[in-house]
Design a protein around this ligand. Structure first.
Ligand code: ADP
Ligand code: ZN
Length: 608
């Protein structure tokens, strides 16, 4: 067996490399720089951690996120690998201690924030030790075109050049755009790097879009159906987070919350409650997640739609990191679409302060285009995964069979009569001398005799109350369909006004039918993926890992991932030898926790 495979088995408990891992590792070991674009969950860490173990000296891992460094170091230590991090969360004494031990050869991997490269004490340290590799995690931070540009990433190239011997450099990112990749190559001064882009398809994730009349009800049902699982519910605004978290708690769901408006202390506490599964459901804005590396998130629900595919992919992708089946469900509502569009159009003026008016306009248009893509994902029908991967420039051979689009299919619903009523209402309001937007037209149709309706006397129109009982969401579907078919226009500068076009006539006069596609309700299936783990044993094992973790103040999933626990339930090992055959259990873990696990399994079997 080649050395790297032995190490993989001993330190990570896996029996085989994934093809992309093998590719990265062999290039690094041959001394060639690597630029790897790998989505979350693809197994990036192993790509540099195995070479780090095999190469002579120390590997420096540059990472922008403190929480991520901590998680990685915890995981490495659990597997019996010498690793440490230095960042602003340590005191001066603690950092000095790490440097001292590092100089004495205690670590194969040292994680640092990029700012550290500029400090004299660290630079001195680097002259004393031999650095075999520099790994740049989240390498897109070097590019201004990425999402989270970090100026200190620009120091990396100079730092590498300043070392007595140039180490091999490996760069990893999950951002796939060409421009960002180009920046990474040139700004990090990679030396003829080997490049690879792994597929963004994550087949263990089930994708679904729902368009509920009542989001709260839909959310409660989804969360209750998944009681005992860990999940994230993403909301667009802080206010949404507060409301949704309160809703869940009121109904007995152990939820907590996270957004930038909370005091640091509380954010930290809530995040830990979530990590340690004391409160396994997290309600959060998109401020939550960068750097959260919880492997046992079983579902991610979007209460509101994100502004672009990239964000959706990243956020939803926090589910199922350990390869277990997990659900990504988006609750679509046209209201969110309107709000995001409004925010883009009237955007944060501080944000583009350094841009010219022209550049700002370009940015705005780009964002609107991205929003359109997101809308198509939600409303377009067909295989969701196909649409998502299209965005990353990938093509699926055939529909995936593991999304609501594939499973449920669509049914055509005849809405001709409703459409006629809506169209004639628009005409009547216009004839009455007013230019009206959706809200007013809906109010007339729904027979709401309030505000502008009564003030303008629109309650006297013959279309008043014709569609009583239909919700705004329902009417939106109709309006969108009519707009899509070019029968209705939304025009006007500040407030969009509805207008009929000549194309509306055939429907209005009953010569043509209008249908909308409506999703049939879907049942998540992922048949092959959810293995038949007995929930009784699974719960006991979860309880065990919680207890083991608590003792060392590390989250349970850092000890055993859900995937590992499921595998144990399936294989029911009763000896150390059988235990060692389980993928994801390193030798160190079998030594430390093996007997505890075996005791739980044996007790379980004895009861049967
Ligand atoms: P990334 O950093 O790319 O998001 P990780 O390195 O956290 O991904 O790995 C994701 C998951 O895949 C982890 O649970 C890890 O244990 C698992 N994994 C990684 N490599 C392998 C492998 N060769 N065989 C089986 N599982 C693997
Ligand atoms: Zn599909």
């Amino acid at each position: 067996m080649p050395d790297e495979l032995l190490l993989l088995h001993e330190y990570f408990g896996h029996t085989a490399f994934r093809p992309s891992q093998q590719e990265v590792i062999s290039h690094l070991l041959s001394g060639q720089d690597v630029l790897a674009v790998m989505p979350t969950g693809a197994g990036k860490s192993v790509c540099y951690q195995i070479p780090a173990l095999m190469l002579e000296g120390v590997t420096l891992v540059i990472s922008p996120l403190i929480s991520l460094m901590k998680d990685q170091v915890t995981a490495l230590r659990q597997n019996g690998i010498g690793a440490a991090y230095i960042n602003s969360s340590l005191t001066r004494e603690q950092s000095a201690e790490v440097l001292r031990r590092g100089a004495a050869g205690a670590y194969k991997l040292i994680y640092i924030a990029p700012e550290r490269l500029e400090t004299p004490s660290f630079q001195r340290f680097c002259q004393q030790i031999s650095i075999s590799m520099v790994t740049v995690d989240e390498a897109h931070c070097v590019s201004q075109w990425g999402h989270d540009f970090r100026p200190s990433y620009l120091q990396i190239a100079r730092f590498v050049e300043g070392l007595a011997v140039r180490p091999v450099v490996s760069a990893f990112t999950a951002t796939a755009t060409r421009r960002v990749r180009q920046d990474i190559r040139s700004l990090l001064k990679l030396n003829r790097p080997h490049e690879l882009v792994t597929s963004f398809n994550r087949s263990n994730l089930y994708f679904e879009v729902q368009r509920p009349e009542d989001k709260d009800e839909a959310l409660l049902k989804l969360v209750r159906d998944r009681a005992g699982d860990s999940g994230i519910v993403y909301c667009l605004t802080r206010k949404n987070v507060e409301q949704v978290c309160a809703l869940l708690c009121r109904h007995g769901v152990p939820a907590t919350r996270y957004h930038a408006g909370l005091p640091t202390e509380e954010r930290k506490k809530n995040q830990e409650d979530f990590l340690f599964d004391r409160r396994p459901v997290m309600v959060a804005t998109n401020a939550f997640g960068m750097g959260i590396d919880k492997s046992n998130v079983n579902y991610v629900i979007h209460y509101n739609m994100p502004a672009n595919m990239e964000s959706y992919y990243q956020e939803a992708g926090r589910a199922g990191r350990d390869g277990s089946a997990a659900d990504c469900i988006l609750l679509y509502g046209p209201r969110d679409l309107r709000l995001i569009r409004y925010l883009i159009q009237n955007g944060d003026t501080r944000e583009g302060a350094e841009l010219t008016a022209e550049e700002r306009e370009m940015l705005r248009r780009n964002r609107l285009r991205q929003l359109d893509q997101m809308e198509r994902y939600c409303t377009g029908g067909g295989c969701l995964r196909e649409r998502m991967l299209e965005y990353f420039g990938e093509r699926l051979e055939e529909p995936c069979g593991n999304c609501s689009g594939c499973l449920a299919g669509y049914e055509d619903v005849d809405v001709t009569e409703e459409a006629q009523k809506l169209l004639s209402c628009v005409v009547r309001v216009e004839r009455a001398g007013y230019r009206a937007g959706k809200a007013l037209v809906y109010a007339v149709l729904q027979g709401k005799n309030t505000g502008a309706v009564s003030r303008l006397g629109l309650d006297r129109l013959s279309t008043f109350g014709l569609l009583k009982g239909l919700s705004d969401a329902h009417l939106d579907i109709l309006t969108e369909r009519l707009t899509e078919r070019g029968m209705l226009l939304e025009s006007g500068d500040s407030i969009p006004v509805l207008e009929l076009t000549a194309r509306a006539k055939p429907v209005l006069f009953g010569r043509q039918k209008l249908t909308v596609k409506r999703r049939k309700p879907a049942q998540p299936a992922h048949p092959a993926l959810k293995s038949a783990a007995d929930p009784v044993l699974l719960d006991r094992l979860k309880e065990l890992r919680g207890r083991l973790g608590q003792r060392q103040s590390v989250p349970g999933f850092a000890i055993f991932s859900d995937a590992v626990l499921r595998e144990i339930c399936k294989r029911l090992p009763t000896t150390q030898k059988e235990l060692r055959g389980i993928s994801g259990l390193s030798t160190a873990k079998c030594d430390r926790y093996g007997e505890d696990v075996l005791a739980v399994v044996r007790a379980y079997l004895a009861e049967k």
